[in-house]
Design a protein around this ligand. Structure first.
Ligand code: ANZ
Ligand code: ZN
Length: 822
């Protein structure tokens, strides 16, 4: 296809430069310490299919930072890999009667091609896949280190269970309480599950957020904080007749203890099973069945209708010796606090709703606003004067109420002040095939035995197709040859663990692996991690604002305690890009409003699509594709390219000799754009680049002309600035300017502040030959402006004394001479 002169051929440019970067290995870091290192990381993709508009946005943002830091002279590492274990591969394998790896690795290859075409400055030499044996061997190794340190343990817990398919379901396979495959109502079943003790690190996870202040979005820090959920309160012991152990409750309001009129235990707790009397057993068992069908979210919702059952016994309130009935109710959760509460209906809405329904007493112990909760049905919360509260009566604020009662309980030995976290231990085992096998062997003699390091990886058996279909606990259990093994400790018969790890385990350490991706003696080379980390900029979706970020922070702290890393936090800065939507809504098949990335690229080219995405608005904001015009982006890029094709000076010209006005515009742009990129305002940086393109066009067409050295200087900077978002046209421009490739190896120009200063000159004002004033004026002041300034000057006004000016003699900017009339 022939092109008009000064027109860049987007398809040809894409092929040409992609091949160049690949052969030149342009984006592999030197990693030799000759330059300061910077690590820029995008959250790695899941190979669900080809790249989509969401990827286009996220990776375009990361590339701006990565390419900018390169040009600023840093040795940048910007790696890529795949989070390649996960359930969709298993479903595809069942459907097509293949192995999950086939679907997975085929999709990865598709994404690789798209990533390469998308012109990202990625280091392909560090590519990893979490489902490779070479990778999951080290996931297992890390699991074993956690296990040795007591940070990985097993306990019983409830999982989603489909009674028809006889299988465990992941949360995402439960659709409105029903099995995604067969529609049967999902219930809960107790299974032995693996956990990591994230709770041991709760306080550190909270405290170290101080190091992220300013580098992470405030709302992400808030989400982390809420998830960890620190509560200060007390453990209070209620004695139970005929039972040695008292029941301990957790409360944030121990000061309301005199208002506790009943106790509630989580129905799905061990404690409820222990407490329930024989007479109440049938009613309790029936109730528990009902509870198992309720999701945790429903249980915590304030709208959820309160239900419960009396367990047939009473407990003793430690401060007044009162007997209060013990109930089981689903609004109390088994795994928060102690799984048991003291109910204070007057001052806790959930307790009040329950008390009113089951006709339990309500006793006000705090006068908050003069109202009576038993009458209004609204529990009163906050500070107030204590009533009916023994030693607390007379106090009026929560702080002293709480400390007084805690002191009393501690003295009696019936309670203590404590801190509770909402954070739970991380349930990491999955009853799935396509994941990292848990490297533990179960021996009848020795119990849980670690697979020795030199026998890692424990490889997945070769199950495919129908063998992966749900039946029983886990697909791996069906591989009986694989399950049967010998105990590494006693040599006796043993069974392999048939669970695999949550894929969040894989993604909790991949960023360490990138630092030394082929390291054979451990998950990573400690030295390489010391060189590269922490990550300077992490980019990814806000959907990972809680779990992924929390888990990788947890891993980092454990590795630090193991002496493998020397920092507390792995990611110094975090950017959450927005979403690409269409016509005001998330893109979806059912709405038919999907936008195909490949089609957009075919029509407008990579550069125009990337420019559109980055120019659309602040990186955190959503982009509505319906409002975008990639066609005008392309038009702008052609305008920019044409400028480069018109420059006639040679690379060795002296910029200092160039047009002063254009030089000033260029250096202003250098200063501003650098600042804008560093503060994450990429869209505004592009707007500045567009302005510089206009100024340069004017200079070429005007007095300066295409040979002016300032035109070359401006055009070079336009190309560099554009290279952050439109790398193909930028390389073309660089080449048109006669400069050696790649533009990615060029150096971002130094900003010369002196060139941008608005120079001023002292102007002398004479009246009838005598100096009557001295004024600071711009060096390029016009006669009109000079006259206006002079007439506004007090000294000049005084000596004119109202006379009209009949003649002006201007020798600007130094002198203005005025001749007044009579
Ligand atoms: C008595 C009380 C009186 C309470 C009062 C509150 C107000 P946070 O702040 O979220 O930590 N609670 C304790 N364990 C629970 C569990 N396993 N399931 C459901 N609720 C539980 O909440 C702590 C409060 O939630 C505790 O303080 C307890 O109710 C309840 F005027 O105890 B409180
Ligand atoms: Zn053994």
């Amino acid at each position: 296809m022939s092109q008009e002169p000064g027109h860049y051929d987007k398809v040809q440019a894409q092929e040409k430069w992609q091949a160049f970067w690949e052969a030149d290995r342009t984006f592999e870091p030197l990693d030799d310490g000759s330059r300061e290192r910077r690590y820029v990381l995008d959250m790695f993709p899941y190979p669900s299919g080809d790249l989509h508009m969401g990827h286009a946005e996220a990776y375009a943002m990361g590339d701006v930072v990565s390419r900018y830091l390169r040009l600023k002279g840093f040795d940048v590492m910007h790696p890529i890999g795949w989070d390649s274990f996960g359930l969709p591969a298993e479903n595809a394998a069942i459907k097509h009667n293949t192995h999950p790896s086939e679907w997975t690795y085929a999709n990865i290859e598709t994404q690789v091609r798209s990533f390469k075409r998308y012109g990202l400055s990625l280091d392909w030499s560090r590519r990893l896949h979490t489902s490779d044996e070479e990778y999951y061997r080290w996931t297992q190794w890390l699991f074993l280190r956690f296990f040795e340190r007591g940070l990985a343990y097993r306990k019983d817990s409830y999982v989603n269970w489909c009674p028809k398919d006889q299988t465990v379901l992941a949360n995402e396979q439960v659709v409105q309480g029903h099995c995604e495959r067969c529609g049967t109502e999902v219930t809960k079943r107790k299974l032995n599950q693996w956990y990591f003790t994230t709770t041991d690190y709760a306080q550190q996870l909270l405290d170290d957020m101080q190091q992220l202040e300013g580098g992470w979005p405030e709302h992400v820090l808030a989400m982390q904080r809420n998830w960890i959920g620190r509560s200060e309160g007390a453990h209070v012991q209620f004695a139970i007749e005929g039972r040695d152990e008292p029941v301990t409750v957790f409360t944030t309001r121990p000061d309301t203890l005199f208002g506790a009129t009943f106790m509630v235990v989580a129905p799905d707790s061990e404690l409820a099973q222990e407490l329930v009397t024989a007479a109440q057993r049938p009613a309790f068992d029936a109730y528990l069945e009902q509870v198992k069908k309720t999701t945790e979210i429903e249980r915590q919702s304030t709208e959820h209708e309160k239900t419960g059952v009396w367990l047939g016994l009473s407990a003793t309130n430690p401060v007044n010796g009162e007997q209060v009935p013990v109930w089981a109710a689903d609004y109390v959760l088994a795994d928060y606090g102690t799984g048991a509460i003291m109910a204070v209906p007057a001052h806790d809405q959930r307790d009040l709703d329950f008390a009113l329904k089951y006709d339990l007493p309500v006793r006000t112990v705090l006068d908050v606003d003069g109202t009576d909760p038993a009458v209004t049905g609204v529990a009163t919360v906050g500070d107030g004067a204590y009533l009916n509260s023994g030693l607390l009566d007379g106090l009026t604020d929560k702080l002293s109420g709480v400390s007084t009662i805690i002191a009393q309980l501690e003295e009696q030995g019936t309670g203590t002040g404590t801190i509770q976290y909402r954070l739970r231990d991380w349930l990491l085992s999955r009853q799935r095939f396509w994941g990292c096998p848990i490297p533990i062997v179960h021996c009848e003699q020795c119990g849980e035995v670690a697979v020795p390091d030199d026998q890692l990886p424990v490889k997945l058996p070769d199950l495919r197709g129908a063998a992966l279909a749900p039946k029983g606990i886990s697909p791996l259990a069906a591989a009986t040859d694989w399950v049967a093994t010998t105990c590494p400790r006693c040599g006796g018969p043993a069974k392999r663990d048939t669970d695999t790890m949550d894929t969040f385990v894989d993604s909790s350490w991949y960023f360490f692996r990138y630092c030394s991706p082929h390291f054979a003696d451990g998950p990573f080379d400690v030295e390489a991690v010391r060189n590269w980390m922490p990550v300077a900029q992490y980019v990814g979706g806000v959907e990972h604002a809680i779990l992924h970020l929390l888990y990788m922070r947890f891993f980092t702290k454990v590795l630090r305690d193991m002496g493998m890393v020397d920092f507390d936090e792995p990611m110094l800065k975090l950017l959450n890009q927005g979403q690409v939507i269409n016509q005001g809504r998330a893109m979806s098949k059912s709405l038919g409003n999907g936008v195909d990335l490949g089609a957009q690229i075919d029509e407008f080219g990579v550069d125009a699509v990337r420019l559109t995405v980055v120019f659309a608005g602040p990186p955190e904001d959503d982009i509505d594709w319906a409002d975008m015009s990639p066609a005008s982006s392309l038009k702008f890029l052609q305008r920019a390219y044409r400028i480069a094709s018109e420059v006639t000076s040679t690379p060795d010209v002296d910029f200092a000799a160039g047009d002063a006005a254009l030089r000033k515009a260029t250096h202003k742009a250098i200063g501003e754009i650098s600042q804008l990129i560093e503060s994450g305002r990429f869209n505004v940086a592009i707007a500045r680049t567009m302005e510089l393109v206009n100024a340069t066009r004017k200079a070429i067409d005007g007095a300066a002309g295409p040979a002016d050295p300032a035109v070359r200087e401006a055009t070079m900077f336009i190309a560099q600035s554009l290279s952050l978002v439109a790398p193909y046209v930028a390389e073309e421009m660089w080449e048109a300017l006669g400069l050696p490739p790649s533009i990615a190896n060029s150096i971002w120009p130094a900003f010369d502040e002196s060139l941008t200063r608005d120079d001023t000159v002292t102007m002398v004002v004479q009246i009838q030959g005598k100096i009557r004033g001295k004024l600071e004026v711009p060096a390029d002041v016009t006669e009109e402006a000079a006259l206006e300034l002079a007439l506004a000057d007090e000294g000049v006004q005084r000596s004119l004394a109202g006379r009209e000016i009949v003649k002006v003699i201007a020798r600007l900017p130094k002198m203005l001479s005025l001749v007044p009339g009579k």
